[in-house]
Every structure is written in C-alpha cells, then in structure tokens.
Design a binder for this molecule. Structure first.
Ligand code: GDP
Length: 418
C-alpha cells in the first residue's frame, strides 16, 4: 500500500481560547479515540456532577501516556480520509521553541485559535509572532466560541480583520479564517445551520488543504557515511539513508570533497542484496572506484548534492548561560560531520518570553537569533527548507553543546571577516 501522507501541525492561541477543546473535538470527529473513552469520561463527569469538558480527554490521554499504558502516543495523532496528522505539543514554550528552532519537531502548518468573545489578545499576538519567527508559512485562523457572540457575522468579521492585519504585518496570509464552536461541534467537521452566512471550509477541510512536504523517500538522496569498512578486498561504506533513494549503478557525489563514483553493489545483512534502498534503511554499499571517502561525508546524486559550505546563516536556539557573541570559536556538527568555525555575526536576537529584540551583539540563553558562522572546513549543508537532515546543525562551544538550529543559507565561500 502507498504510504499515507503525514502532516505535522501545531495549534496555538491564548490560554482558554479553546485549544484542548478543539483537539478533543478533532480526535472525536475523526474517529481517533479509543473505543468507549469519550462515553466513560462523560459518565465520570456526570457522576461527579460536573459538566463534561473536552479537555478532560487530553488530560486522560496524557495520564495514560505518563503511565506508559498506551503505546506510541508521544504525539497525538489523528487521520482524515486524506492523510495522517501529528499534533506537535506546545507544552512549555521553551521546549516547543527549542524543538521548532532546532528542527527536532518542526510543524508543517499551524492553527491559530482566537476566542470570538475576547478577540486578539496578548498571547495571540505572541504566538503569531512566533509562527513567523519559526518560519511557518501555512496558518489557518480558527475563531472559536462563536456561540458566545450569538454566531454573529459582524463580530467574526471584526476579528478576522484584526488578526489578518496582524499576521499581514509579517507577510503571513492565513489560508482560511473559520468561525466555529469547538465545544458544540460547529464547523469542525460538520457544517451546522448555526452559521448560515459562512461559506468557507470546516476546520478539517482547512487542515486537508494545507500543503504537505514530499515524503522523505521522494526528497533528494542524503546518505551520510557513518563508517568505512575493509572486508576481504572490498571497501564497504555504511550508513543510513536519511532521505531519497539509492540504486545499484547510480553515480554518487561525495561532499564535501566532490569526488564521484558509481554504486557497484548494495550489501544487506542478512539476505540477498537489494537493487535499491530508500529513506530510513541502513545499508552498506561498494563503489566502482577507489575514491577518498571518510566518515561524515554525505553521498548524494550529482545534480542534487548538498553544498560544501564554508559559511552558514543559522537560525539558532541558544542554551548556554554565557551569551554567544561575534568572534566566539565554535564547532558546528552536521549529521556525522563536524567542523571548527567562528561566529562572524549575530544579526538578530529575540527573547521569545517577551518578544523583546535585543541589541545585535549577542544571543542569550533560551533566545532565538540569526547568526553567521564562518567555517574552517567545508560541511555538506542544505538550507533547512530543502532538506531537514542536512539542514540542521548543533553548535558546540568549549566542548559543550550550547545551541541548535536550522540552516537558512549555506554558501561555498567563507565570508571575509570584518
Ligand atoms: P485552552 O486553554 O486553550 O486549551 O482552552 P480549553 O480548551 O481548556 O477551553 C477553555 C474553556 O473554554 C473551557 O471551559 C471550554 O469549555 C471553553 N470552550 C471551549 N470551546 C468553547 C466554545 O466553542 N464555546 C464556549 N462557549 N466555550 C468553549
């Protein structure tokens, strides 16, 4: 069966505007809840004489998760007829930010929730700014609790205008702005009669309208070499295919050296040698020529190779107490490769807690910034939007991991230091 498409989404918004309620609804209406779970929770609520809240559902799932009862619910999943979804948790902001900025758990799209009765609030703005800061381009706005404003079109239009203007300030245009009642189930998956003036999509339809990234196997080949073994007379290059596909006979280019050779064989242990392998598989290959290859090299197809980069522009999340400054020596790790370098500039720095933009000289702890790094040795790099694997780096200073981030730009030339 063909692999189902996967989209990772994050739901953000001011506290109490209805995130948990929306998530509970989405799980319910896509049939993603364990049998009887909802009924059980409703019963418990009734017995305790308290109104049922959709957020109980998430609490219950979280508890099971903590107790290790359910398997693989580290992230909440649901599916529509079109594809699978993973909800990326945004529990503590720092953790969420770190995951997003380092590319550890990047969302492909976002839902920004606004309470119809309260409108755009401080946290709404903050979250919208973060989406922009994190480079998320696909955002749908959900105006929740329409029941609180008697499903009024004017109240909705005012919020739509407000939030669109704010997002527009960052060059972000919401794909849709949808009036809903998450609690009651209006326009989550069902078009109810309570919003007769609204003709746009439901939330589920809007999610399905987001563009998904190509599957890992359909992306350009990135095969990092973890080890080179001599075996009898043969030399075997071992590693894991991180993206793309590789077949016997393919001409490969090894970066950063740029040397090329053809795949003579694919080795498999145990079992017969396959003619081709794809993302996620660990393999060994032999080549038709004895070129120089070492751990840390990345094999790619010649016309789609990563850049042997001597300078990087990185969006970095900084973890260390001592701020990062221009002139700091660092080691940049990318996949199995590492190279020494120096920070040539900190071009921006933001404290996500208060959105205060700092002076551009340094990047403080738990802050997000853009930095330029000049490398003493080339690293096989990609901008993150082209490849998530060769687009992520870890930054060490004084032998400690101090930051992580994604590559915004990779250049062959080391920039002249000012
Ligand atoms: P979160 O903090 O964003 O996760 O918000 P919750 O999902 O916990 O919702 C906060 C409160 O808003 C809860 O009491 C919900 O029952 C209530 N709520 C959520 N959706 C709706 C809605 O569509 N209409 C109304 N009237 N209340 C809602």
């Amino acid at each position: 069966a063909p692999e189902r498409e996967l989209l990772r989404i994050v739901i953000v918004g001011h506290v109490d505007h209805g995130k948990s309620t929306l998530v509970g609804r989405l799980l319910h209406e896509t049939g993603s809840l364990p049998d009887g779970k909802l009924e059980m929770l409703k019963e418990v609520s009734a017995r305790r004489g308290m109104p049922f809240e959709w957020s109980f559902l998430l609490d219950a799932l979280q508890t099971e998760r903590d107790q290790g009862i359910t398997v693989d619910t580290s992230q909440i999943r649901f599916k529509t007829a079109k594809r699978d979804y993973v909800l990326i948790d945004a529990p503590g902001h720092v953790e969420f930010l770190r995951n997003m900025v380092t590319g550890a758990a990047q969302a492909d799209a976002a839902v920004l929730l606004v309470d119809a009765g309260e409108g755009v609030r401080e946290q709404t703005r903050r979250h919208a700014f973060l989406l922009h800061l994190l480079g998320l381009r696909q955002v749908t706005v959900v105006v929740n609790k329409m029941d609180r404003v008697a499903f009024g079109q004017e109240a909705f239009a005012a919020i739509e205008e407000d939030v669109s203007a704010y997002l527009g300030g960052f060059g972000l245009r919401p794909t849709f702005v949808i009036p809903v009642s998450a609690r009651d189930g209006d326009f989550i998956s069902e078009r109810t009669a309570r919003l007769p003036w609204y003709s746009g999509p439901t939330v589920i339809e809007a999610l399905d309208a987001f563009t998904a990234p190509p599957s890992l196997s359909d992306q350009p080949l990135r095969f990092p070499i973890q080890a080179v073994y001599k075996f009898d007379e043969r030399r075997i290059l071992a590693g894991r295919i991180e993206s793309g596909r590789l077949s016997v006979g393919d001409e490969l280019a090894f970066e950063p050296s740029g040397a090329t050779a053809r795949v003579k064989s694919i080795e498999a242990w145990p079992g017969p040698a396959p003619a081709s392998v794809e993302a996620g598989q660990s393999v060994g290959i032999t080549l038709d020529k004895d070129i120089f290859v070492t751990r840390g090299d990345i094999a790619a197809h010649g016309d789609q190779r990563p850049r042997a980069a001597k300078s990087l522009k990185v969006r970095l999340f900084w973890l260390d107490d001592a701020p990062l400054k221009a002139g700091d020596p660092v080691i940049v790790r990318l996949s199995t490769a590492a190279a020494p370098g120096v920070v040539s500039a900190v071009t921006s720095a933001v404290d996500p807690a208060n959105l205060v933009t700092e002076g551009q000289a340094s990047l403080g702890r738990n802050h997000v910034g853009e930095v330029e790094i000049t490398l003493r040795q080339a690293l096989p790099a990609d901008p993150y939007h082209l490849n998530a694997f060769t687009g992520r780096v870890v930054v060490e200073r004084e032998r400690r991991i101090c930051g992580g981030g994604i590559i915004l730009h990779a250049a062959r030339e080391a920039r002249l230091e000012a």
